[in-house]
Every structure is written in structure tokens, then in C-alpha cells.
Ligand binder design. Sequence first.
Ligand code: EPU
Length: 333
Amino acid sequence: MTHLLPYNTFGISAFASQFVEVSSVSQLKEFLKNQSHTEKPFLILGGGSNILFTKDYKGLVLKNNLKGITVEKEDDSYVWLKTAGGEIWHDLVLYCVNNNWGGIENLSLIPGTVGAAPMQNIGAYGVEIKDTFEELEAINIHTGKIETFNNEQCKFGYRESIFKNEAKGHYFITSVTLKLNKTTKLNTAYGDIETKLKAWAISNPTISDVSRAVITIRQSKLPDPEQLGNAGSFFKNPIIDVAHFKQLKVKFPDIKSFPALEGYMKIPAAWLIEKNGWKGKRFGDVGIHEHQALVLVNYGTGTGAELIDLAHKIIDSIKETFGITLTPEVNII
Ligand code: EPU
């Protein structure tokens, strides 16, 4: 039995029946040769920053510790960077920012590992990993063979990919290759970034300026998991049809929205949760963050069951007031 407390940013106490840290592809291949391993349930763990343990894990946890960043190829405009799945995502962002390679600076300070990033198509401030994603390599844990997935094969969607759906639990992502820009093409349209750069009187921002702006914004709103257990946004922002949105707008003229596919609107779940009075509320050792209503927090001894109970209460209240069903973004185990 291995205690999973150090391996999840929610800081939940749970145990895994078996736990293996993977530091090389050959070690994993060797391990998988023993077919009996593949009969157990598998859980592949990166930084543990998007997971909620509600019970002990009666199976095998494989922790991705693969390291290394290499330039695969480059031309005048782009560089293709291959990064091992166990690298820390933010370290990769800083590496790119320091080299002046653009494309992932808006994704600064997202917790977690590189291998986990494509699983939920991480996104922030108008950018998603799919925008720079070239391909990934993953070991099929049933066959032990390496398979390559290109952008299309990953079936990326809003906080979605094939690895959260039909391929869930079947692949261990060993590396991710991104195609980064050498020529600066910044994306500063997201309101918060523009406001921050204006406040700093920066009119011609660099990649590094955008990264610094994102880091400052995130630090002001999102709790640091080292200080306060959390897994970032607990829910996805719901997408509703325009007719539903129009009805809500009559009743709640201050409702916030973002454009989605034609005929639909994306509503910030944080606004709905705050409007229903949940923001900053604490129940025992679990609660809703005081600066970002989309983030559930564990003040110390909170359990997965208590967080799930709170999540269900929030879901029910949002359904009742707005007729919208929130869905969790976090993987619930
Ligand atoms: N808002 C509130 N109350 C709050 C917070 C926000 O009403 O407590 C409203 C504001 O109107 C604000 C709007 O919600 O304009 C959007 O807020 P914010 O920019 O903070 O973004 P979000 O929609 O709450 C999403 C992502 C975050 C990402 C930010 C910035 C999801 C589920 N979450 O949050 O991602 O950092 O946008 O791009 O899409 C994560 O996935 O873990 C995550 C943190």
C-alpha cells in the first residue's frame, strides 16, 4: 500500500494497492511484459493536479517520472520540441519563454506534468495545448508497444481528449511534441491579460511579458496547491443553447457569457456558483475558494467524499436556479 497524499494537489489521504514510479521507457516495457499486471485496474498519474480520490485505489498506480526536453527539428519559423511526459508543465513553459519560442506562454503556471497536459487539453487565457500540439508518443499498457497520436487522433475538445474517453486508462504518455513559433504571434485578447499589460504600461509585449502577466493573474486568483489543497477548476464552464441563454438574460441581466459554437453560449460556472452565494463558503475542512468560485478547496483534513458531497450540492443548486447541469472537470476516482 502506498499513501497517495503527496501525489495529489487536493491533499487527499488515500492509498494505492500498488504504486510504481516510471523513470524510463525500458523500465515500463519490462514491467508490462508480466501480463498479470494488465489485469488490474490502472491509474496513470502525472502531477496529480486534476484528480480527486474518493476512496483507496485498488489497483496499480503508474507515476510518470520520465524526464528530458529535446529539439526534434527547426526551421526559420518554428521549432519542434519533444518533452518527456514526466516533466513539470510550467518548467517547459519557462524553457520556451527563455528561448523566446512562442505558443504556450498563456499556459504559464498551470500545475501538472507534460504527459497529463494533452489528456484534458489544458487551456487558459484563450489558448489550449491543441493549438501548438504536433504529436505524442504513448505506451499501450496492454501490448507494451509505443503508439503515436497526431493532433486529430487525440480528438481534442474543451478540456477533453481521447485519453479521457475511449482510450482512458490504456495509454501511458511518454512524450509530447509541440510546434512553437520563432516569430512572435501573441494572444493577448483575453481581457485579464490586456488589463494587466495596460496597468504595466506595456504596449509592445514580449513572450516573457505575457507569461509574467498570466503568472500574476493566476497567483491573484487561484490558490497555490502547496498552501491550500485544490485541483484548479472543479467544473467545466457549461455550454447552453441561445434560447436558454436569452431566457436567463431576462431573469439575470448581469449574466456573463462567452461565444461558443454557432447557436450556443459558454457561461462561466464561477459566475453561476458565485451568484448562488457559494463563493468563499466553508464546511468543515472543505469549501469554495474566496477568490475563484470555480475552485473547490481542502483546508487540511477534508476528504474526497466531503468534496463530492459539496460538489453535488452545488450542482443541484445551479440546476434549480438556472436549469444548467454542471459537470466536473476533475477526474473523480
Ligand atoms: N467569475 C465570477 N466569479 C468568480 C470568478 C469568475 O463571476 O469567482 C466570472 C467573471 O465574470 C469572469 C468569468 O467568470 O469574467 C471568467 O473567469 P476566469 O477568467 O477566472 O475564468 P474561468 O472561466 O472561471 C477558465 C478555466 C481556467 C482558466 C481561466 C482563464 C475552465 C473550467 N476553467 O476559468 O482553467 O485558468 O478560464 O483562462 O475552463 C482549470 O482548468 O483548472 C483552470 C483553472
